[in-house]
Design a protein around this ligand. Structure first.
Ligand SMILES: Cc1cc2nc3c(=O)[nH]c(=O)nc-3n(C[C@H](O)[C@H](O)[C@H](O)COP(=O)(O)O)c2cc1C
Ligand code: SF4
Length: 405
C-alpha cells in the first residue's frame, strides 16, 4: 500500500513524497521542529483551523479538547490522551499507512494534545506494528510516558469506549455512552480519544497555523483528508485529497455501477450520483471510497459485509445481538436470485427495530449501509426476485477478514 497525493495545485501534507518511512531526523528536516508550547494559544489556533475528527464522525476537534479540559477541571482528575490507530474498518488502510510513513507526525500531535489538555499520560493504540512504533517513541523526548498498546483486530476495537475499556484493563467492548469517554474514560479519568490522522493534522496546524490549514479544502470544510480508494484489479491506494475535490477525480467512474462511500458503516450510491459529489466531511466516514463495476452484484457485496458486521457485534445489547444476524440472513436471501418471501420487508422492519437501540453506533452504521443498498440496488432486487442476476463477474471486491467470512 502506498500513499500518494492527488492535487497537484497543493503541496503534500500528511503523505510526504517518496513513500519512505521517516525517522525523527528526516521528519524534523521535512516539517521543522515543534515549538508550540502554550496550551491556550494552541487551543485558539485549533479553534481557528476548523479541524474535525478523521475517525468517522467528523466531530469538531476543538470542542472535544475543551470538553476534556472542562471535565478535568470539574473532577480534579488528570486527563489521559489516546491516539486511535486501531483502524478496525477492514476496507481502510489510511491510518496504518500514515503510521508507517509518518509516525512522528502522529506522535507530535499526541504530545500537543497532552499539552493542551494537561494530560499526564498518553497511549497510541494500534492493531499491529507496535515494535516499529515503540522504536519511534524511543527516538523522542516527550515529557510524559507514551505507551504503544496493541488492540484486538476487531471492527469494534477502535470505538472510543471499547478503547477506553481496553486501556483500563478490561475487554475491548463498547460500553454505554453516558458518561462519555471525554468525561470518564481510561480508569475513569477524562479521556481525549483522537484518530491518528486528526492528530497528524494537529501537528501541522501547530507548526504552520490555521490559515495554512484552511488554504486547502473549502471554507466550511477546511483541510485535506486521507482516503483508501478501492478500484477493481488494483491494490487499494491511500491518497490525500482536499475537501471539495470532485469524487470523480478520486475514483474512475467509467464502467462503475455504484460507489461505496465511507466504509462498512457508510452508504452505497449510484455512480451517476457519486459523479456529482465532492469529498466532504459529511460523506467521508472512515475515508473509504470503493468503485463497484457495473458487472458485479451490489447485493452480494452487501450481504458479505453484513454477515461480517453481524458477527462483529459485541453481543451485549439485545437489538444488536438478535437484530443484526437476522438482517444479515434476510439480506443473504435477497442477494440470491430466486423467491424472496418476506425478506425485503423483514430487512426494512428489523432495520427500524435496531436503529438507535445499541450502546454504541454499530447498529446505526449497519442500518445506514442496509438502507442505502436497498435503494441503490432496487433494480437488482427486482431482478433477483424474478430469479435473474445481471452480474457477470462474481469476484468479491470488498475485503472481509477471512477468519470471520
Ligand atoms: C463501531 C465503531 C468503530 C470505530 N472504530 C474506529 C477506529 O477503528 N478508529 C478510529 O479512529 N475511530 C473509530 N471509531 C470512532 C471512535 O469512536 C472515535 O469517535 C474517534 O476515534 C474519535 O477521533 P476523531 O474525533 O479524531 O475522529 C469507531 C466508532 C464506532 C461506532
Ligand atoms: S450496540 Fe452492538 S456492538 Fe454496540 S455495544 Fe451493543 S451489542 Fe455491542
Amino acid at each position: 500500500m502506498t500513499g500518494t497525493f492527488t492535487d497537484t495545485r497543493m503541496p503534500p501534507r500528511l503523505l510526504a513524497p517518496g513513500g519512505a518511512p521517516a525517522d525523527r531526523a528526516t521528519h524534523e528536516t521535512r516539517y521543522g521542529p515543534l515549538t508550540h508550547t502554550d496550551p491556550a494559544a494552541l487551543l485558539r489556533t485549533l479553534a481557528e483551523s476548523g479541524l474535525t475528527g478523521r475517525g468517522g464522525a467528523a466531530f469538531p476537534t476543538y470542542r472535544k479538547f475543551v470538553s476534556v479540559v472542562d471535565a478535568a477541571r470539574r473532577t480534579g482528575r488528570t486527563p489521559v490522551v489516546v491516539a486511535n490507530g486501531a483502524e478496525g474498518e477492514p476496507a481502510s488502510a489510511k491510518d496504518k499507512t500514515l503510521l508507517s510513513l509518518s509516525p512522528q507526525l502522529v506522535l507530535d500531535g499526541l504530545r500537543l494534545a497532552a499539552q493542551a489538555t494537561g494530560a499526564g499520560e498518553a497511549y497510541l493504540a494500534v492493531e499491529d506494528g507496535s515494535t516499529r512504533l515503540e522504536t519511534a517513541v524511543a527516538e523522542r523526548d516527550d515529557p510524559f510516558p507514551v505507551r504503544v498498546v496493541r488492540v484486538p483486530g476487531r471492527f469494534l476495537s477502535g470505538q472510543s469506549s471499547a478503547l477506553a475499556q481496553h486501556l483500563s484493563g478490561h475487554t475491548a467492548l463498547p460500553r454505554h455512552q453516558d458518561p462519555p469517554v471525554r468525561e470518564q474514560g481510561v480508569r475513569r479519568a477524562p479521556t481525549l480519544v483522537q484518530n491518528v490522522e486528526t492528530l497528524a493534522h494537529l501537528a501541522l496546524i501547530a507548526r504552520y497555523g490555521a490559515d495554512w490549514f484552511r488554504s486547502a479544502g473549502t471554507p466550511s470544510e477546511p483541510g485535506s483528508a486521507l482516503c483508501t480508494v478501492h478500484v477493481p484489479g488494483r491494490e487499494p491506494q491511500v491518497v490525500e485529497a482536499p475537501f471539495g475535490m470532485p469524487l470523480r477525480r478520486l475514483l474512475p467512474l467509467e464502467g462503475t455501477g455504484a460507489v461505496l462511500l465511507g466504509g462498512y458503516h457508510g452508504t452505497w450510491l449510484p455512480a451517476t450520483e457519486a459523479a456529482q459529489l465532492r469529498l466532504s466531511a459529511a460523506n467521508l466516514g472512515a475515508g473509504v471510497l470503493a468503485a463497484l463495476p457495473a458487472d458485479r452484484c451490489g447485493l452480494a457485496e452487501t450481504a458479505r459485509v453484513l454477515r461480517y458486521l453481524a458477527l462483529e457485534s459485541a453481543g451485549q445489547c439485545g437489538p444488536c445481538l438478535n437484530g443484526l444476524p437476522r438482517i444479515a440472513a434476510a439480506f443473504h436471501t435477497l442477494a440470491v436470485p430466486g423467491p424472496q418471501g418476506t425478506a425485503r420487508d423483514d430487512v426494512a422492519r428489523w432495520a427500524g427495530l435496531v436503529e438507535g437501540r445499541g450502546a454504541c453506533h454499530h447498529p446505526d452504521g449497519t442500518v445506514r449501509l442496509v438502507r442505502s443498498a436497498l435503494t441503490t440496488f432496487a433494480a437488482e432486487l427486482d431482478a433477483h426476485a424474478r430469479g435473474l442476476c445481471t452480474a457477470t463477474d462474481r469476484t468479491p471486491l470488498l475485503p472481509v477478514p477471512d477468519h470471520r467470512s
